[in-house]
Design a protein around this ligand. Structure first.
Ligand SMILES: NC(=O)c1ccc[n+]([C@@H]2O[C@H](COP(=O)([O-])OP(=O)(O)OC[C@H]3O[C@@H](n4cnc5c(N)ncnc54)[C@H](OP(=O)(O)O)[C@@H]3O)[C@@H](O)[C@H]2O)c1
Length: 247
């Protein structure tokens, strides 16, 4: 008699929409039980969970502001209580607020540091204590780390911090058979990217990559699926730019 392995569990932060929703859907199709974290959009998170369940998958929604360490701890507790443990953490939740440094107010600086950087620290701390042996951690960075365009300083600094966390944690988890990597998308067709951009500017961004289009959430989800799945097991401590060749 063969023992059926327990279903592997993936927690995706910021999965109510955009890239995170595509990642949750893809990991569910790959056979993971998924925890769909969101901050405010409960209806969208519930609709995604229902869609995954209808397709034969298993999903749970979990409200938590990732910048709140207690809320993150409670979310990990809830996921463990529901499914017995967590195997994959995808740190996808993030915000982007653009301004030249001279124009940046405190709220613009503090909110991006709180969510993009402290939020990732909060979830990485829980994951490094709790992830099951053989687990995977995938952090969303951005190709703006490398492009360094004007107005992106604060956002890019938070993502450069995420890349630093990725490299260090990969080493701190020595002996646990857990990989830690980052995926750094280029311009990707989501609300975060389109906000405040004219059609002309969107077209300009779409031409950046030699493949001459914007990325889709599914393009990024495919990359995350590779790193979370069996074929990605030897990739560790790396930043994988998924950007059609932008940089
Ligand atoms: N789109 C791009 O061009 C691009 C390029 C490179 C990297 N990225 C990165 O990819 C990730 C996803 O971006 P996206 O474009 O899909 O963004 P998006 O469409 O704006 O979606 C953001 C998601 O993050 C969640 N979120 C925001 N603040 C949160 C918080 N404090 N706690 C928990 N969840 C929170 C939102 O949840 P609610 O809606 O429920 O509040 C939503 O599900 C981000 O880390 C972003 O920096 C995006």
């Amino acid at each position: 008699m063969t023992n059926t392995p327990p279903p592997r569990v993936a927690l995706v932060t910021g999965a109510s929409r955009g890239i995170g929703a595509a990642i949750a859907e893809r990991l569910a199709a790959d056979g993971f039980t998924v925890v769909i974290n969101y901050a405010g959009k409960a209806a969208e998170a519930e609709a995604l969970a229902a869609k995954i369940e209808q397709a034969g998958g298993r999903a749970l929604t979990a409200q938590a502001d990732v910048s709140d360490a207690d809320a993150v701890r409670r979310m990990f507790d809830a996921a463990e209580a529901a499914f017995g443990g967590i195997d994959v953490l995808v740190n996808n939740a993030g915000i982007m607020k653009l301004a030249a440094l001279a124009e940046a107010d405190d709220a613009l600086i503090d909110s991006q540091i709180a969510i993009n950087l402290k939020g990732v620290m909060n979830t990485l701390r829980e994951a490094s204590r709790r992830l099951r042996t053989g687990g995977r951690i995938i952090n969303l960075s951005s190709s703006v780390v490398g492009l360094y365009q004007p107005t992106y300083a604060i956002y890019a600094a938070t993502k450069a911090g995420v890349e630093a966390l990725t490299h260090v944690l990969a080493k701190e988890l020595r002996g646990r058979s857990i990989t830690v990597n980052a995926v750094a998308p280029g311009p990707t067709a989501t609300a975060l990217f389109f906000e405040g951009k004219s059609q002309a500017l969107v077209d300009q961004f779409a031409k950046l990559a030699p493949l001459e289009r914007l990325g889709t959430p599914e393009d990024v989800a495919n990359t995350v699926s590779f790193l979370a799945g069996p074929d990605g097991g030897w990739i560790n401590g790396q930043v994988l730019r998924a950007n059609g060749g932008t940089i």
